[in-house]
Design a protein. Structure first.
Length: 309
């Protein structure tokens, strides 16, 4: 009896979707797994959707999603999708309906970025790309056309200092951007420094493992200038919350200089500088990371003062 139940699919949106999708093509295991979980939890209104596999028909998937009315869908994940012209049109048409609150798009190994032009996204994550053409202006022009973007993540996608020059020129067009994560890209201190010279007040800068190296970079002044840019961000950017510098190689004097800038505003600056606990003492590490008891008391005290005034 239980075998018969598991073989049949319930008359729910998720069940109908799975039944319809099985008719049209070979499905990816990840997609089937996600839908089965939705059915088992009696939660057919999916909020996150993974589309995986180069043979997956993105056009058919999105068509079926629209038919079944997944109006709570907020995050779409594309992995190893062959973005044909038909697939690109399907993706664009999906957004053009304006019926869905889809705001987050995560991409792994997607061939064509141009298909994202003008999509009303809030969060875009591009991971492990090797052919982004990020040293060409048209790539950044395409991304900056996404006017509603608040979070941009380009992780391990082979960005270079030259890529950062082009990105810096386009930053003013990202009107609502608050978070920029460039983890794992060899942009060096010069690339990161170029970005931080722009007049844009982000809440989050992600420079983890960006080969910012005090000991290997040929021009020591570039690293020094980068540290100065960080200090200016800490002091003059009222919205700044976090700068991620983990897995880079700076010396203790660099961290001390950042710490001085971070503490000179007293109780009213809850800014975290994420670093690895090397080449600095534990007190500096804890204070910069916002983990020390002193920094926690200061934040509470500062907030209290603000409310009084």
């Amino acid at each position: 009896m239980s075998k018969q139940k598991s073989a049949s699919l319930p008359e729910t949106p998720a069940g109908r979707f799975l039944r319809e999708y099985k008719k049209t093509q070979n499905t990816s295991e990840e997609l089937i797994s996600d839908l089965k979980i939705a059915i088992e939890n009696e939660s057919p209104e999916l909020q996150s959707f993974l589309i995986c596999g180069s043979e997956t028909d993105l056009h058919q998937v999105l068509k079926t999603v629209r038919i079944q009315g997944y109006k709570n869908l907020q995050r779409l994940q594309l992995m190893q999708i062959d973005m044909t012209s038909k697939s690109s049109k399907a993706l664009r048409d999906y957004f053009d309906t304006r019926l869905y609150p889809l705001k987050h798009l995560e991409i792994i190994d997607l061939i064509s970025i141009d298909s994202l032009r003008n999509l009303p996204l809030e969060s875009l994550q591009i991971r492990f790309q090797t052919s982004l053409m990020s040293e060409h202006r048209i790539f950044w022009n395409c991304l900056s056309s996404i006017r509603t973007l608040t979070e941009l993540s380009l992780v391990y996608s082979r960005l270079t200092p030259d890529s950062c020059i082009l990105l810096a020129n386009e930053l003013k067009n990202f009107k609502h951007l608050t978070k920029l994560d460039l983890e794992g890209n060899p942009i060096l201190s010069v690339g990161a420094g170029i970005l931080m010279t722009e007049e844009i007040n982000l809440t989050y800068w992600g420079f983890r493992n960006c080969q910012i190296d005090r000991y290997c970079e040929t021009n020591d002044k570039l690293v020094h200038d980068f540290i100065q840019h960080i200090c200016k961000q800490v002091v003059y950017n009222p919205f700044l919350e976090t700068i991620d510098l983990r897995d880079n190689f700076l010396n203790s004097s660099d961290y001390t200089e950042i710490l001085k800038a971070n503490t000179q505003l007293g109780d009213f600056k809850p800014c975290k500088i994420l670093i690895c606990e090397r080449n600095c003492n534990s007190e500096t590490f804890l204070t910069l990371s916002g983990l020390s008891k002193t920094s926690k008391r200061s934040k509470g005290k500062g907030k209290g003062k603000k409310k009084k005034s």
